[in-house]
Design a protein around this ligand. Structure first.
Ligand code: GRF
Length: 225
């Protein structure tokens, strides 16, 4: 029996600038993320994330939602193509769309999303401003398994930052993003190593149910809460 594992083929979906994709590629290059990038896909042909992927020799795909009869038709075509790429897991890194449940179903337990809030707080958009408006003293980011519920799937791990007096939404975004860039590759590495699972009870790590989301420590390691 061989003890060496092939890197897991993954696909990344991104609608925008792609800084989280960049962090995933850097982690792969550093040897801390055992994946091969089978595809980077986007709903926006002009997304900088696609140019980034191309510059790293990663195959790309851009599909225009407006060319499809409806959202489900777009999602089913996109997710069929993701499967055809050979990807065994999917990572949403700033993919700004709600995804059809039927398209998602085959990827249950194999699809991650990074969201800039301490879920279950602040699903959806404008999370930094909403945390400020609520007077929160702490803010953060979450990586969760994707389900048909927007930003509602089981949370795997979180990174926390303090909210300072006088912070703007931009200040919070700027302080949180580098933490996202540690969080997402760390959780993706757990998935790629076969250590994460999802069952009726929730997330498992090495077969043991997680009582609470893992936390990213200051050294960039995931630790039990
Ligand atoms: C990140 O803040 C992520 O949490 C959210 O969208 C943003 C994507 O940024 N889902 P980038 O495109 O990875 O730079």
């Amino acid at each position: 029996m061989s003890l060496t594992h092939e890197p897991m083929p993954i696909a990344v979906l991104a609608s925008g600038r792609g800084s989280n994709l960049k962090a995933l590629i850097a982690a792969r290059d550093a040897g801390t993320l055992p994946v091969r990038f089978a595809l980077v896909a986007s709903d926006r042909a002009t997304a900088p994330a696609l140019r980034l992927a191309e510059s790293h020799g990663i195959p790309t795909l851009a599909l225009n939602p407006k060319s499809y009869a409806d959202r489900r038709a777009f999602d089913l075509d996109l997710f069929r193509r993701l499967a055809d790429s050979g990807a065994k897991a999917l990572v949403l890194a700033g993919f700004m769309r709600i995804i059809d449940g039927q398209a998602l179903a085959p990827w249950h337990g194999r699809m991650l999303n990074v969201h800039p809030s301490l879920l279950p707080k602040y699903r959806g958009l404008r999370t930094h401003q909403r945390a400020l408006d609520a007077g929160d003293r702490e803010h953060g980011a979450s990586v969760h398994f994707v389900t048909a519920e927007l930003d509602g799937g089981p949370v795997i791990a979180q990174a926390r930052i303090a909210v300072h007096e006088g912070d703007s939404a931009d200040d919070l975004a700027a302080r949180l993003l580098p933490r996202e860039h540690r969080l997402l590759p760390a959780v993706t590495a757990l998935l790629a190593s076969g250590r994460l699972g999802l069952n009726e009870a929730g997330v498992t790590l090495d077969g043991v149910p997680l009582a609470a989301p893992l936390q990213l420590d200051n050294g960039g390691e995931l630790i039990a809460a």
